[in-house]
Design a protein around this ligand. Structure first.
Ligand SMILES: [Zn+2]
Length: 329
């Protein structure tokens, strides 16, 4: 009998480094109960300390052989090894490009990979969430930024939809280019646009209220400016999703996440406008009539944190290294 395969999955974001030991039962990863840990890494500048506490301690504390680690980061990763950019991760941002996989191998041994956080979230939805059994789909994240991943024939692929071209008076994007979609449609950009309406005197945001929460509230009440503003955003998102369907007509499902879109999609007219604009943009009206649009649904902790990225990091590791492991086991 081959040895049971255990790896450590990690998710290094701007605030926390989360990890857990994952055990494979055939091809399916299972989270080893009691091994989940979340460590506040936001103030730590030393990457070595973050890797040791985030990943190393999990390996050390586990009674069993760990074959390697799979660490997701908020930022693009080349070849599942090299962090290219990590503006929100304090211990990493000044070191990029940085070969994270090599550094983990040096510290911990075994086979190690790094991945993009939305790539692994997409893989996690395929393991445990809305994309179970799906092969062609996309994951869209409208939080502070706009990111995403694609499921191409069952393989989760990191994407950068936030830096697609959306002409808008040369609006400047955080990446340094102009007219990126993210500069118009990310949650952060939408918040700035609402704040801009307040600053110009067109609307009045009550003191202490978050601009997006105010716009949500006013659009649900039917206030004209808010309904018009959100209708425009919904139609832009629908046009972008429809454009993606035209690029890859085999897509059957769209899953979304992120603080802005999870709230906005609960508003009925917003949801309807997204769908209507998406279908109007699609050139395959029959094929796309029933495209599913869902919120991510991988298991969450009581704190609300999704475990999808940890399942997904394990499944990406297995796809890249699992075959080799079975041959040598
Ligand atoms: Zn950009």
């Amino acid at each position: 009998m081959p040895e049971t395969l255990h790896i450590v999955s990690g998710d290094l974001g701007g605030n926390n480094c989360r990890s857990a030991v994952m055990t494979f039962d055939d091809n399916e990863p299972h989270l080893e109960e009691g091994t989940y840990r979340s460590w506040k890494s936001e103030c730590e500048e030393d990457l070595g300390i973050v890797l040791d506490r985030g990943i190393g301690d999990a390996i050390h504390d586990f009674h069993g052989r760990i074959a390697g680690a799979s660490l997701a980061i908020a930022g693009p990763v080349d070849d599942h090894r090299i962090a290219l950019n990590a503006p929100n991760i304090r211990c990493l941002r000044s070191r990029v490009p940085y070969d994270l996989a090599a550094e983990m191998s040096r510290r911990f041994g075994g086979e190690n990979i790094a991945g993009n956080d939305l790539e692994v979230a997409c893989a996690g939805e395929m393991e445990q969430g809305a994309l179970k059994g799906k092969k062609w789909a996309m994951l869209e994240n409208f939080g502070t930024g706009y990111g995403g991943a694609r499921l191409f024939n069952g393989v989760a692929v990191a994407a950068e939809p936030g830096h697609m071209w959306l002409p808008n008076n040369e609006a400047r994007c955080g990446c340094g280019k102009t007219d990126c979609t993210e500069a118009t449609l990310s949650g952060g950009a939408i918040r700035r646009r609402i704040q801009g309406m307040h600053d110009s005197g067109a609307i009045v945001i009550p003191a202490g209220l978050d601009p997006c929460a105010f716009a949500d509230q006013e659009s649900m009440k039917g206030t004209e400016w808010a309904v018009n503003f959100y209708t425009g955003i919904a139609r832009d998102i629908g046009d972008i999703w429809g454009s993606n369907l035209n690029n890859c007509p085999l897509m059957t499902d769209i899953v979304f996440m992120g603080s802005f879109l999870e709230r906005a999609m609960k508003i009925e007219f917003f949801r309807q406008q997204v769908r209507e604009a998406m279908l109007a943009r699609s050139m395959f009206s029959q094929q796309h009539a029933n495209v599913g649009i869902y919120e991510v649904s991988a298991p969450r902790l009581p704190s609300g944190e999704s475990l999808g990225p940890l399942y997904g990091a394990a499944s990406v590791w297995k796809r890249l290294h699992g075959e080799r492991h079975h041959e040598t086991a």
